[in-house]
Write a protein that binds this ligand. Structure first.
Ligand code: PRX
Length: 631
């Protein structure tokens, strides 16, 4: 990575959303809110946390012993009490909690009371299988209401859920199940995608071959005739639930007890099990849904992320339920049966807040505004984006054609590790296309050089977070050393995000991309090391290197360079086989779009592949310092 690079700060048109869309904004203005936070950070978080219900209060807001933080020390709570009981016991009992739409017009509606009862009954089902506080439960399911019930049921009894996106392949699933030492796996027979049903259970069966900790598999059966189950280990989702008693009091959790583990790809080695805790995560999710996404009681809110990703956790489920919102969720992809389907759903359900990803916006741009123009989108009040930089062209298109020059766009920068939004533009503040915005009140962000010194506006650097925040990850499951690496203790300590950024003269932050070997494809993190090891596990491959290559639609695509073993020759058939092998191992999202056969790879003298050199070569750029390159 080049250091000390200047970034030309072009003139930016500043956008102002219509006041009618910003009327519900919780902060009066950024400067006042931010200075109030800086004046008394503990007081700031204390006030927010006090909106929620706790079984016992905290002794101190924050106990910070670099790099380990404890938030809301000694407080007791259960997040499901705040997501469910708190609403059911007041005016939200019969409010719609979840609208779900399946393909072919199938619909399910769950009120808060309905969700509450299902969660408790399923929680009792988990208990009957011997699941208790602290046990890990892996959830590998499509986007259906039962997935939400399964997550909340774990949280109800203090079991730690670990969701795995249902697009992952068997090897990736196995790695995540064994990494978390899961006792139970909850899955479905199949998921539905673009009119086809895609079997999930065979993937689970393969993933369980070497997963000795798993005692039971709970299967949601949706197909006819129903798939058969192994009597000793497999059990039907609804048979388990129906055989269980109703009513299940929430387990009293310590604020610092883990709530969930979520695996995210790293640049090297196995994926990282990011650990989030009950108290701080709850406060961060609640705060940002209320103050950043600005969800109010009358809103119907749609976050398009799958619950298998962090966005689905914080902004698909926990956060909106904490604020008592009506959530819309769907298994429907943006292009099936046609690219108007999402706009049709916005019209039908009167969606007010729509949170999606730049890759989807760019896909919609490509197919043209005639699709959204067919539908009435006037219910929309706020638009939001996450996962990768929202490039200015996509911002402007989203603003004009979806928001109709009225709605604010909240471009939220954050990570699986941060648990909650960190940098964005508050509703009602001036928006600059291409810039995510400023650190939100509660967060201290900086752009720094390699030594951790702040760099001036217009100079590129690393995005850093200076102070702990409640929803920060507490550790990496079974790998404290890897956690410690995120925090640097220079003159002033800081959390390293591994993102490159630049700040303008008004303090707005533009995210420029990753500084490491993580490849972000359509907003999903792909570790170059994972793709390489999947390729090397094929008998024809001696060595492989994976890089991200910019792509106008997906942000990046995966490109790989492969050295074949003796006796194998490049061919279209082999290329197809290798891509298929990656698909089977890691899942469709990690499949390389481009594959080149090479006879050598650029390496350091110690044998590390210099992906930076490959990337520069691919893009026709200067490779930078190559003094460590092997002859
Ligand atoms: O590179 C940044 C990019 O996504 C990374 C985090 O990925 P993940 O942990 O999967 O979480 C994604 C959802 C929060 C970041 O390090 N990223 C995320 N949001 C943005 C972004 N890049 C630019 N702008 C964003 N709004």
């Amino acid at each position: 990575m080049a250091e000390d690079f200047d970034v030309p700060l072009d003139e930016t048109t500043i956008y102002h959303a219509d006041a009618s869309c910003c009327a519900e904004a919780m902060f009066h203005d950024y400067t006042t809110a931010y200075s109030e936070f800086l004046r008394d950070p503990d007081g700031f978080w204390n006030n927010i946390a006090s909106d929620l219900q706790w079984f016992a209060p905290w002794d101190t807001v924050l106990d910070w012993k670099f790099p380990f933080a404890r938030w809301f020390v000694n407080a007791k709570l259960n997040i499901t009490h705040n997501c469910l009981d708190r609403h059911v016991s007041n005016h939200r009992r019969n409010k719609v909690a979840v609208y779900w739409r399946g393909e072919g017009g199938r619909e399910r509606i769950l009120t808060y009371d309905h969700l509450y009862n299902d969660v408790m009954q399923f929680a009792n089902g988990l208990k009957s299988l011997g699941v208790s506080r602290g046990d890990r439960v892996c959830i590998y399911m499509p986007t259906v209401p039962e997935q939400v019930v399964a997550m909340l049921a774990c949280a109800r009894i203090g079991a730690i859920h670990s969701l795995v996106f249902a697009g992952y392949g068997a090897a990736a699933l196995n790695q995540r199940i064994t990494g978390a030492q899961a006792k139970v796996v909850i899955t479905a027979d199949a998921s539905v995608r673009r009119g086809k049903s895609i079997p999930l259970k065979p993937i689970v069966e393969e993933a369980l071959i070497h997963a000795p900790t798993v005692e039971h598999v709970i299967v949601l059966r949706t197909q006819s005739p129903p798939v058969s189950l192994l009597p000793e280990t497999e059990i039907d989702y609804y048979e388990l639930m129906d055989a269980s008693p109703k009513g299940c009091p929430p387990e009293e959790m310590d604020a610092e007890d883990p709530l969930f583990i979520l695996y995210t790809s790293g640049t090297t080695g196995a994926p990282k099990g990011i650990v989030h805790t009950c108290g701080g995560y709850m406060v961060g999710a609640y705060y940002t849904c209320k103050y950043i996404l600005n969800i109010t009681d009358n809103d119907v809110y749609w976050c398009t992320a799958d619950p298998g990703w962090i966005t689905g956790h914080t902004y698909g489920i926990y956060g909106p339920l904490l604020v008592g919102a009506t959530i819309f969720m769907t298994e429907i992809t943006p292009d099936y049966p046609d690219p108007g389907i999402w706009w049709k759903l916005i019209e039908e359900y009167g969606i007010n807040i729509f949170y999606t990803a730049p890759t989807a916006i760019r896909m919609f741009m490509k197919v043209g505004e005639e699709w959204p123009d067919k539908y009435d989108l006037s219910s929309l009040r706020i638009l939001a984006s996450v996962g990768e930089p929202l490039n200015p062209e996509a911002f402007v298109w989203f603003y004009e054609h979806i928001g109709k020059n009225r709605c604010p766009i909240v471009d939220t920068w954050w990570q699986t590790e941060t648990g909650m939004h960190m940098v964005t533009t508050l509703v009602g503040e001036p928006m600059k296309p291409g810039y995510a915005g400023k650190a939100i009140p509660g967060v201290v962000a900086d752009v720094v050089d390699r030594e951790g010194r702040p760099v001036p506006p217009g100079q590129g650097g690393f995005l850093a977070i200076r102070e702990p925040w409640p929803a920060m990850m507490r550790t990496i499951y079974n790998d404290e050393e890897r956690y410690r690496k995120y925090w640097k203790n220079g003159e002033k300590p800081y959390y390293t995000t591994s993102d490159l950024a630049v700040r303008d003269h008004d303090g707005y932050i533009m995210i420029l991309g990753r500084s490491d070997d993580l490849i972000i494809v359509s907003g999903h993190n792909i570790g170059s090391a994972e793709v390489e090891s999947a390729l090397v596990s094929h008998h024809a491959v001696a060595e492989a290197a994976a890089i991200g290559k910019p792509d106008p639609l997906k942000g990046n695509i995966v490109k790989v360079f492969v050295i074949l073993r003796e006796g194998f020759e490049p061919s279209d058939k082999l290329t197809h086989d290798l891509k298929y092998h990656v698909r089977q191992t890691l899942g469709p999202i990690s499949v390389p779009a481009e594959l080149d056969y090479v006879t050598a790879l650029p390496k350091t003298r110690s044998g590390k592949i210099m992906r930076r050199v490959l990337r520069a070569q691919e893009l026709g750029m200067d490779p930078g310092d190559i003094s460590t390159l092997e002859e």
